[in-house]
Design a protein around this ligand. Structure first.
Ligand SMILES: [Zn+2]
Ligand SMILES: [Zn+2]
Length: 174
């Protein structure tokens, strides 16, 4: 893969361990330089008081105005995200601008009243990040249920797929 870089932008309070984990894993998977930027305030402009959720596309719009020369930006929020057509989203990507965002809220077992599982949580966060970054490289959804680019309708889909791209997606990525 071509040498490129990624900046992770946390919005609001995000556990440092998660950001560090993503930084290390993403730099290996994509073989690029990954940096963690300073924390941005909670994006109140994206909050919908009726839904009590944050509109992910509005945050992407904010991200794409960042004047940087690097190629990719990943926003990380611990806030529930939505787009108008759906009840929620795990993340969203803007292909044209190379920016994407993931939410950590629904990746925790505790969200579903299940016992905490930190490793599973980290794994899910990584998968969502790789998936959204994959979109910024113009990869669409893949039919291979084991491929990271497979669409996650639920966490079951996320847990089934690996953190890797299938051979076909890998070719497209390169
Ligand atoms: Zn997707
Ligand atoms: Zn694939």
């Amino acid at each position: 893969m071509a040498a490129q870089s990624l900046i992770i932008i946390p919005f609001g309070q995000i556990q440092r361990e998660i950001l560090e984990f993503l930084r290390i894993e993403l730099s290996q998977i994509f073989s690029f330089d990954v940096k963690i930027a300073k924390t941005e305030p909670i994006p109140q402009y994206a909050f919908d008081p009726k839904r009590r959720q944050y509109h992910s596309t509005r945050i992407l719009e904010w991200l794409k105005n960042i004047p940087v020369t690097i190629t990719r930006i990943l926003g990380v929020v611990d806030l529930d995200l939505y787009v108008p057509e759906l009840n929620f989203v795990f993340g969203e990507a803007d292909v044209a601008h190379g920016v994407c965002i993931i939410s950590l809220v629904r990746l925790r077992q505790e969200f579903y009243s299940l016992p905490k599982n930190e490793n599973l949580f980290l794994e899910r966060a990584l998968k969502e990040a790789v998936h959204e970054i994959g979109h910024t490289y113009r990869l669409g959804h893949c039919r291979d249920t084991r491929c990271i680019m497979h669409f996650s309708n639920s966490l079951q889909d996320t847990d089934i797929k690996g953190p890797d791209f299938c051979p076909r997606c890998k070719v497209k990525l390169n």
